[in-house]
Design a protein around this ligand. Structure first.
Ligand code: SF4
Length: 220
């Protein structure tokens, strides 16, 4: 609607401009800008997180700020300037089909020669046992590295699967939610719009109850 009303129907062609649209996040902006418009800009999804974390042996929690910043920066440096869309899709595909979460096909992986996780663990066809965690450089010992896998979390039998380390899950929260579909003659339906900031900004939804509180057009 905003694209039609304010931008004369033209979808912005850069990640920066796309990010200013309500509901568009970093991933979507990067994907549209690089694949549809050929902008040299990165895309980081779960597959890219896994590939980069393994290729560079980054074992700190993958949702921490230092790791997130590093992932976007590194992905941005790697993007092929001539074929950014193809490069981004290939990286995501590599994670989806070769460097998979549980059974990475290291033997046939095209980036194996560059893969630090493979080098560190000596993985061949499956996880192998190592006596100890990878040893940090002497320069890194003065202060804990925000990207490295903490030595006490190293699990030798997991091989390359030590990377990346999954974010800690928040404790589950019990909630009761009921959605109300309010209509007039089945022709007109009541929709509410989320605020301009925060999660799912500006998205339309039906009114709903959460834990017996009615969430209508305002959110606490
Ligand atoms: Fe992933 Fe193995 Fe390839 Fe490294 S060598 S990127 S761990 S599939």
């Amino acid at each position: 609607m905003l694209v039609c009303a304010d931008l004369e129907g033209r979808v912005p062609d850069s990640a920066e401009a796309l990010l200013r649209l309500p509901g568009v996040g970093r991933y979507t902006a990067g994907a549209v800008a690089s694949i549809a418009f050929g902008q040299r800009t990165p895309v980081v999804d779960g597959n890219v997180v896994r590939v980069l974390a393994r290729v560079r042996a980054v074992g700190a929690a993958s949702d921490s700020k230092p790791v997130t910043d590093w992932l976007w920066k590194t992905a941005g440096q790697l993007v092929d300037p001539d074929r950014p869309g193809d490069f981004n899709q290939a990286l995501m595909e590599l994670g989806a089909t070769v460097c998979t979460p549980r059974e990475p096909a290291c033997r046939t992986c095209p980036v194996r020669p560059q893969c630090a996780a493979y080098r560190l663990t000596g993985q061949r066809n499956g996880p192998v046992k190592l006596a100890s965690a990878p040893v940090a450089d002497i320069e890194e010992c003065a202060s804990p590295c925000p990207l490295c896998l903490p030595a006490d979390l190293w699990e030798p039998e997991r091989g390359v699967l030590n990377f990346p380390r999954k974010p800690r899950k928040a404790a589950p929260r019990a909630e009761q939610v009921a959605t109300c579909v309010l209509h007039r003659d089945r022709r007109r339906f009541l929709l509410c719009q989320r605020p301009e900031s925060g999660r799912w900004r500006c998205l339309l939804h039906t009114a709903y109850f959460r834990n017996k509180t009615l969430f209508y057009c305002t959110f606490g």
